[in-house]
Design a protein around this ligand. Structure first.
Ligand SMILES: [Ca+2]
Ligand SMILES: [Ca+2]
Ligand SMILES: [Ca+2]
Ligand SMILES: [Ca+2]
Length: 252
């Protein structure tokens, strides 16, 4: 097991690209601390084709600086199949944490390579603090090229503060994106990852919709062809949501 201590994690993402797991060294653990309430964001991407890796997040609950069985009694996991991206977004108080990347043996052959990004973004407002959008872009829900209307349902909460949808828009296509069905406040924002680093950099947020309360959110009239990420982020607590991508073609 490789153990890497990252020190204090802040909002600037720490990136560990081209890391690898082998049949004899099946887990990597990244230790870090946060010094006040934050949103911890983990994004595991570019898992090698034909392989499977998962990610878990544990808190050093017994405060001994070591990831042990006590800490493992509680934690968060993202363990999708095959080489799909994994994501964890957790709003939490200060402490020491361990992000564990593990090779899922039944789904893998030989070495497994991956890219990992970690950040701890600052919640907004005073108590009760609101979640902040993640600045990482795992492809949690891949919609592909929008052809016709697409609807999805989901849930955001303190243990999953952000969901990330990936889609592309073709030439002479237009889309309106609507979020509704909320029971507490949630927001959306649309991102173009221009430098393709799977991180939300300055200038990459195209549009956002951040109405208060359970008012629905709308980002309308997106007409530029390309690849996009849409983030749904919890603002004040647990809520289900309906997300609709209403696509139409633009007449010549
Ligand atoms: Ca411990
Ligand atoms: Ca997996
Ligand atoms: Ca970027
Ligand atoms: Ca809102």
């Amino acid at each position: 097991m490789a153990l890497v201590n990252l020190g204090t994690l802040g909002s600037t993402p720490v990136v560990k690209n081209n890391s690898s797991l082998t049949t004899s060294d099946t887990t990597d653990v990244f230790q870090f601390k946060i010094t006040s309430g934050k949103n911890i964001n983990l994004s595991l991407t570019d898992i090698s084709a034909g392989d499977d890796a998962d990610i878990r997040l544990f808190k050093d609950a017994n405060l001994n600086g070591v990831l042990d069985d006590f800490d493992r009694k509680a934690g968060l996991v993202s363990n999708r199949g095959s080489n799909q991206d994994e994501a964890i977004n957790f709003k939490t108080s200060s402490g020491t944490f361990f992000a564990e990347v593990s090779r899922f043996a039944p789904g893998s052959s030989g070495d497994v390579s991956y890219n990992l990004a970690l950040s701890a973004t600052q919640p907004s407002g005073t108590l009760p603090i609101s979640a902040s959008s993640s600045n990482l872009l795992p492809k949690e829900f891949v919609l592909g090229d929008l052809s016709g209307n697409v609807t999805r349902t989901g849930n955001v909460s303190n243990t999953n503060t952000t969901d990330v949808y990936n889609f592309s828009l073709g030439f002479r296509q237009s889309v309106n994106i609507q979020l509704d069905g909320l029971s507490t406040d949630a927001d959306i924002r649309l991102i173009r990852d221009s430098n393709n680093n799977r991180i939300v950099d300055a200038g990459e947020v195209i549009r956002s919709s951040t109405n208060a309360g359970i008012t629905s959110e709308l980002i309308s009239n997106i007409t530029v062809a390309g690849n996009y990420f849409l983030q749904v982020t919890e603002a004040t607590g647990n809520t289900n949501y309906n997300l609709a991508f209403n696509e139409s073609s633009i007449p010549a």
